[in-house]
Ligand binder design. Structure first.
Ligand SMILES: Cc1cc2nc3c(=O)[nH]c(=O)nc-3n(C[C@H](O)[C@H](O)[C@H](O)COP(=O)(O)O)c2cc1C
Length: 181
């Protein structure tokens, strides 16, 4: 797909069918994250692909908020991708300290965007989840306590006829200016 239609095509998918995700496609998604840019080329990520059905369902349950009614759909997805934030190299840490910017968080966001755009190009649906029980997921996936989980991303095939939503976005005049703030 050309880049502009790919960007328009990607959307958060919150219903999935049973069809498993092909191993070759998972490989392409790993490559999309592997090649993502990062501050000082620190690559401060580990991508955990959870496709064991029982484990995946438990991770999916840990993204759910009964109070806010969030993420009930996560267990439907055949794969959950968990992006773990690793300790960046010292140059990136020093840069982040001096600049007072969380470079590693930017890196995670870019990696997640690569994952979701590559998935859309492969006909797969994704939804980034920022709401989850981090402690529970770390325990389930044996993530060291010193690490942070940045995002969980649902992955799978949307059902046929899944509606393509119109983009509820600010007008470009409300988010872009030329030459001055
Ligand atoms: C950092 C981040 C966290 C998000 N967390 C959730 C979430 O926990 N549950 C959910 O259903 N959607 C979540 N989303 C998806 C957004 O709601 C969605 O991207 C936004 O409404 C725009 O819709 P679109 O992705 O279909 O273009 C998250 C998105 C991002 C980037």
């Amino acid at each position: 797909m050309d880049f502009a239609p790919l960007i328009r095509n990607r959307q958060s998918v919150r219903t999935y069918c049973d069809r498993p995700v092909e191993v070759e496609k998972l490989g392409k998604l790993v490559e999309a994250v592997r090649l993502a840019p990062s501050a000082c080329n620190a690559q401060p990520w580990t991508l955990i692909l959870v496709d064991d059905p029982a484990l995946k369902n438990r991770v999916g349950e840990a993204t759910r908020s009964k109070v806010f009614g969030l993420n009930r759909f996560a267990v439907q997805a055949p794969v959950l991708a968990v992006l773990v934030m690793e300790k960046p190299v010292w140059t990136a840490r020093l840069g982040a300290l001096l600049q007072r910017r969380e470079f590693a968080l930017f890196d995670m966001g870019i990696a997640a965007a690569h994952f979701c755009l590559q998935a859309a190009d492969l006909g797969l649906g994704t939804c980034m989840l920022g709401w989850f029980d981090e402690k529970a997921i770390k325990k389930l996936l044996r993530v060291p306590r010193s690490r942070r989980i940045a995002l969980v991303i649902t992955l799978g095939y949307p059902p046929q006829g899944y509606p393509v939503r119109s983009k509820a976005r600010k007008d470009s005049s409300a988010m872009c200016r030329y030459n001055r703030y």
